[in-house]
Write a protein that binds this ligand. Structure first.
Ligand SMILES: O=P(O)(O)OC[C@H]1O[C@H](OP(=O)(O)OP(=O)(O)O)[C@H](O)[C@@H]1O
Ligand SMILES: O=c1[nH]c(=O)c2nc[nH]c2[nH]1
Ligand SMILES: [Mg+2]
Length: 175
């Protein structure tokens, strides 16, 4: 008997699902921009890839920012977080625009969860403004501006990771 219990993924631990449609995501990004418009102007947007690319494009479009750079970080293998890997750092040109500390730069990501990714980027650009569309409680203190908070035990499903599929009715045999 015995044997080790299988390690649960973030999603299995999370349990609750929060699916987000393209329409909802676009609206939430626009709402984020309304808040950011009070804080800017910004010299450039720094998208944390890959999840930050879509909100960064929408926010930059609304704010009229044309300089967009990326910091490429990977940590989740599907729903399980491993070590953070910086695959590409911030470009020299963007660093220069932020005076070396990120002043006047806007970092954008889709969400903060544990806050590990956000913390790493904040260390690279301590004076930048950090915005995410969604925030979970553990990562929330790292973010300057966000739109919706979801509980730590919720998994957010983004429209680029999902597809429409059949859902059986609640009552057995009702199909
Ligand atoms: O606050 P944390 O616990 O660090 O998690 C948040 C990060 O995790 C996801 O990225 P992921 O590493 O899965 O890569 P992706 O953006 O390429 O999907 C998400 O887009 C955030 O960047
Ligand atoms: O699609 C995702 N949904 C989440 O809730 C999450 N947390 C970390 N990384 C995540 N990716
Ligand atoms: Mg990401």
């Amino acid at each position: 008997m015995g044997g080790e219990a299988p390690e649960l993924s973030e999603q299995e631990r999370a349990g609750k699902a929060f699916p987000v449609s393209w329409d909802q995501f676009h609206r939430d990004c626009r709402a984020l921009t309304w808040r950011l418009n009070e804080v800017g102007p910004f010299h450039a947007v720094i998208a944390i890839t890959r999840g930050g690319l879509v909100p960064a494009a929408i926010v930059a479009r609304e704010l009229g920012v044309r300089v967009i750079d990326t910091v490429c970080i990977a940590s989740y293998d599907h729903t399980k977080q491993g070590d953070l890997q910086v695959l590409k750092g911030i470009s020299e040109a963007a660093m220069k625009l932020g005076g070396g500390t990120g002043k006047g730069l806007l970092i954008v990501d889709d969400l903060v969860d544990t806050g590990k990714t956000g913390k790493l980027v904040r260390e690279m650009l301590p004076d930048a403004h950090f915005a995410t569309v969604y925030a979970k409680p553990k990562g929330r203190p790292l973010v300057d501006t966000f739109i919706t908070e979801v509980s730590q035990d919720t998994w957010i499903f983004f429209p680029w990771d999902t597809a429409l599929s059949y859902h059986p009715p609640l009552r057995d045999g009702a199909a």
